[in-house]
Design a binder for this molecule. Structure first.
Ligand SMILES: [Zn+2]
Ligand SMILES: [Zn+2]
Length: 364
């Protein structure tokens, strides 16, 4: 079938809108008509960095839409169901079998290969093969193919056009707090970076009953948003030393720190702000190695942990976040700005410039 897609081609970081072809769903595949797709920093990184993914390719991995057709063996959804598409995984490796699909041993090929696991791409333009199956979806298009693994069925009374970012960015921040760090009532947390991931962590920390939620950023408006979403303290790192501020607020440091910036100097502060037995989680990395004071970690049982996709099992985690949202307890709509699909490059630029916290492109 013909679809309208935003294609990333060699030699450019801009996406070009093109009319291309998408295969019919195979036996295990689901054809989804997209209502909207979030734009994630990972999409932007792929576009800005040559050779990270094979080009040409259709990116997009926070798709939300309506099931149009299903393959012969699909039982999880039927046409008309609402779905959010999340990351893909193999389902058979030791991590997947241990209910940790986010650490699938084949995470790379299943999400960044630009091909199905069997090496084919479902997308083409005439004789030209175009990379598809990005995060098992390639949802910068009005139609996409996914499988039962990464299609999450969601309630029909929720605003579908809003839900796509739950498939990656929002799940990453909320899941880090709820699944990976497992913050319990009364604990303290410092969140570094008030973007969509950091602010999702703030909302999750409030849900989980954190006694102090300290947010560190450089942008006044972002810090104001953090306060609105549940931060008990905000620190503008332009004006003061974040570690000193955190020590002043808590006395001995935080139980959890969470770095979303990937900036080495900020990660050092996130580590230094930990109380004894505290844990620092991070979801982005600096370009080079990070010198770590191992004694600071060892002597007081502190931990440093990398976290992917909020360690979420999307089939249960995303519906839970939607329930919280519908109850008014997880207002992630405050982070969002909508763009028509035609303006996808503008959405990317606005995100990069910090003008938009979470862009979502809408299909008409
Ligand atoms: Zn696996
Ligand atoms: Zn993402």
């Amino acid at each position: 079938m013909k679809i309208e897609a935003a294609v990333l081609r060699a030699g450019s970081a801009e996406l070009s809108r093109e009319r291309i072809e998408l295969e019919e769903p195979r036996a295990n595949e689901i054809l989804v008509r997209l209502v909207a797709t979030g734009v994630c920093h990972t999409d932007i990184k792929m576009a800005e960095t040559p050779d990270r993914v094979p080009r040409p390719i259709v990116l997009g991995h926070e798709g939300a839409g309506i099931v149009e057709r299903i393959g012969a063996s699909v039982t999880k959804v039927v046409p008309g169901d609402h779905v959010v598409m999340s990351y893909d995984y193999c389902g058979t490796c030791p991590s997947c079998l241990d209910n940790a699909p986010v650490y699938c041993h084949d995470m790379g090929p299943y999400n960044f290969g630009g091909r199905r696991p069997d090496g084919t791409s479902p997308i083409s333009k005439g004789d030209e093969t175009i990379g598809g199956s990005f995060f098992g979806q390639s949802s910068f298009a009005d139609f996409a193919l996914c499988t039962e693994r990464n299609a999450v069925k969601v309630r029909k009374d929720a605003p579908l056009e809003l839900l796509g970012p739950l498939g990656c960015g929002i799940q990453t921040g909320a899941g880090a707090v709820l699944n990976a760090l497992r913050l319990t009532p009364g604990k303290t947390i410092a969140v570094f970076g008030a973007g969509s991931v950091g602010l999702s962590a703030v909302m999750a920390a409030r849900l989980a009953g954190a006694s102090r939620i300290i947010v560190v950023d450089l942008v006044t408006e972002r810090l104001a948003m953090a306060s609105e979403l549940g931060a008990t303290h905000i620190v503008n790192a332009k004006d003061s030393d974040a570690r000193d501020e955190i020590m002043g607020i808590t006395g001995y440091g935080v139980d959890f720190s969470f770095d979303t910036t990937g900036v080495a100097a900020v990660q050092q502060q996130a580590l230094a702000a930990l109380a004894p037995r505290g844990t620092c989680g991070f979801v982005a990395t600096p370009p080079g190695p990070l010198p770590v004071n191992m004694m600071h970690l060892m002597a007081f049982g502190r931990k440093l942990v990398g976290i992917i996709e909020g360690e979420a099992v999307s089939d249960t985690f995303i519906p839970m976040l939607i329930d919280f949202h519908m109850q008014g307890r997880f207002p992630f709509d405050k982070l969002v700005k909508f763009y028509d699909f035609d303006r996808i490059n503008e959405a990317i630029h606005d995100s990069n410039a910090g003008r938009t916290i979470k862009p979502i492109v809408r299909f008409s």
